[in-house]
Ligand binder design. Sequence first.
Ligand code: PGA
Ligand code: ZN
Length: 399
Amino acid sequence: MPAIEALRIRKILDSRGDATVEVDVRAGDIVARAAAPSGASRGVHEVVAWPAGGVDEGIARFRTEIAPRLKGVDAEAQEHVDRILHDLDGTPDFARIGGNVAVATSLAVAKVAAAAARKPLFAHLGGGRTFPFPLGNVIGGGRHAIGGTDIQEFLCLAQHPSPSKSVFANAKVHKAVVATLRKRLPQDPIGKGDEGAWVAKLSNEDALAVLADACRGVSREAGFPILPALDLAASEFYRDGKYVYRERSLTPDRQVEFVAGLVESYGLALLEDPLDQEDFAGYARLTELVGDTCLVVGDDLFATNPARLEEGISKGAANAILIKPNQIGTLTDTRTTVGLAQKAGYRTVMSHRSGETTDETIAHLAVAFGSYAIKTGAVGGERIAKLNELIRIEEYLGG
Ligand code: PGA
Ligand code: ZN
């Protein structure tokens, strides 16, 4: 029983230049660390990221309430630790201590327990039979890139069971896309969004065509499937009952037809947040239409929340769930949601946030939970922190 002896919190930078926190937990002579990411297109059903007074108030609460209370607690007793976090907070959505303070604490405790048991985190959590396919963001817009497409993310899913093959394939698609964009738009500057995806003056369908073409080319060369995918983050452009695109607006019924048409025309492997976060019925209709060939993934729809997921399962809404630990605040809550998904046959996609740190923990969680995919960008320091950790895990397992 490794007891928690000391806890520390500090304010650090995230990849957008905003403040976030990392937590160190010491048990004996072992110290482990975890940091919280932050979202830009946050769902309304997520826990509250920071208390009303912001990051500093979260840090103050950690120092005066959380650290003293967790001292002496068994680091192995994850559920007990996470219960304490909820009890100290006392709200249904971590509004008082902040979900980001909670998640950094919860994950740091899990990591110190794993290190004390001399195991990597994924193994300590009981996983390691399969690897997730990397889902890499290649072209972007929405909240992550002003002036880009109104669809937030154009992604590629490299389907090789070995991360050391698949993550390089996604990076190749990322390179192939910019080569095409430079040819097509020789006068235009081409930038990168928050997650390292290319930002260019393109219509949604042009972007998808360029992506699908790059996926086909790299796939042919690599000899395994690399398929296009989208995260529409549709709640971000749903206004007064319509999906408002730059060039037109669609009713919910027309939106379902539009995205089902994209799945058909471009062979999309995965669709994330194709509809507004309250439209369970629309999700059910769309899943009925395309669910045989395409993963319909709820991100804002479920917000990693077990009650939201249960509602979705009972209504046949989506067939997969995005898992972002800081949407729900603790490892235990995250595991509950993952367990529910697995029981219902929903696939899980472990995910970064658009604002990230070099913390690599989600690579371990994806392997621990047997996630179908891990969405964590294609390139960029805070993104490759996770991708390279996957490669290390593969090596550790003798892959
Ligand atoms: P985020 O969203 O900006 O809130 O991290 C990314 C996503 O929609 O998956
Ligand atoms: Zn999303």
